[in-house]
Design a protein around this ligand. Structure first.
Ligand SMILES: Cc1cc2nc3c(=O)[nH]c(=O)nc-3n(C[C@H](O)[C@H](O)[C@H](O)COP(=O)(O)O)c2cc1C
Length: 331
């Protein structure tokens, strides 16, 4: 038996759900079984059918929430004794058993601090660069790109990959479903990507709501202005470094997700925040070109690319989350 009680579960789930998730869909759900085991599974209504048809990003998000659960459990003196990942009707689930343990994990300290920052970064200092390079090297899972010209190349390549995705009207429609571009949106403070988290001004949010729709985007594309409208190039170029996160080819994406979150927390511990560029990994030709250019071995798969740096003092990042009470059940 474990001493994981239904009463304590709410705090554990609230902490675990601070893990990153694709489009902030927060797809992970927790169920405490009578025998004290904990089941983590996906809410299938929150899986992106267009942007993530193979449920890879959802699985990575589940893996991140699993790592979040592991860390949260350490705060109440529990460790994961064993776990099993299984596929249930095409969706991954994780069954966890716990045991008392007094082993603390310093990554817990970074959970509240970590945030996705979608704006410009402060100029890189030698200390920041060294910290990023050390973390990447120690993890064995990331290549730190620090040369200005290479960061500029990745910035342009990211814009190019984004444009390919944005040219699909169904992809844009699904993205818009998860964007909250007005404070009046009922889910502004609950889930998805609100204008504040996207670091958009009111005018930019109104503009995005128009431009991303069909046929306006197609019209802008014909005029050759869609590229510049969605460009993140200048902001990307302000990154102190870009970490190309890679994991063994064929690895269960749930496992990759746990390593994804661990890496982000290691950066956050030294004050470095990340802004992912998933399109560079989600588009096979772009993923392969990146792996080739940065000598990433064939037996590794690029999972994501993180723009990294220190936030300017004026930055007001925000965390949007569902209440924990909606995320778990007890058998
Ligand atoms: C698999 C995965 C892919 C992601 N891709 C992107 C991305 O391409 N661009 C981006 O801005 N954020 C991306 N994110 C970050 C999420 O949008 C972010 O975690 C979520 O909005 C919650 O915000 P927080 O990280 O500040 O807590 C990704 C997260 C995950 C787990």
């Amino acid at each position: 038996m474990t001493n994981l009680s239904p009463d304590g579960l709410s705090n554990i789930v609230a902490k675990a759900n601070l893990a990153p998730s694709v489009h902030n869909t927060q797809p992970t759900r927790w169920e405490l079984n009578k025998d004290g085991t904990l089941r983590l599974f996906l809410d299938r209504t929150r899986v992106l059918s267009i942007g993530d048809p193979e449920r890879r990003d959802a699985s990575v998000s589940l893996g991140a929430a699993f790592e979040g659960t592991r860390l949260a459990l350490t705060t109440i003196g529990l460790a994961i004794k064993g776990y099993e990942v299984s596929l249930v009707e095409g969706s991954p689930e994780i069954l966890i058993s716990t045991a008392p343990s007094n082993t603390a994990d310093s990554l817990v300290d970074a959970i509240d601090r970590r945030v996705t920052w979608r704006g410009g970064f402060m100029p890189a200092t030698t200390k920041t660069l060294k910290a990023i390079q050390d973390i990447c090297e120690k993890s064995g899972d990331a290549v730190a790109v620090v040369e200005e010209t290479e960061i500029a190349w990745l910035a342009s390549f990211n814009d190019e990959a984004s444009l390919d995705f944005f040219r699909n009207p169904s992809y844009r429609a699904e993205l818009l479903e998860w964007m909250r571009l007005s404070k009046k949106h009922e889910n502004w403070k609950r889930d998805g990507l609100n204008a504040q988290a996207l670091n958009m001004t009111l005018i930019e949010a109104i503009g995005a709501n128009i431009i991303l729709r069909k046929p306006i985007f197609e019209f802008c594309d014909r005029l050759n202005v869609a590229r510049s409208l969605i460009s993140e190039k200048e902001l990307t170029r302000s990154s102190a470094a870009i970490a190309l996160f890679h994991r063994p080819f064929g690895e269960d994406p749930v496992k990759s997700g746990a390593a994804f979150y661990q890496l982000l927390l290691r950066f956050a511990l030294v004050g470095v925040m990340a802004w992912p560029m998933a399109v560079l990994a989600d588009s096979p030709p772009h993923r392969q070109a990146v792996a080739h250019r940065f000598n990433i071995n064939d037996n590794r798969r690029v999972i994501n690319a993180f723009r990294l740096g220190i936030l300017p003092s004026t930055a007001r990042p925000t965390r949007i989350r569902l209440p924990a009470s909606e995320l778990f059940t007890t058998a």
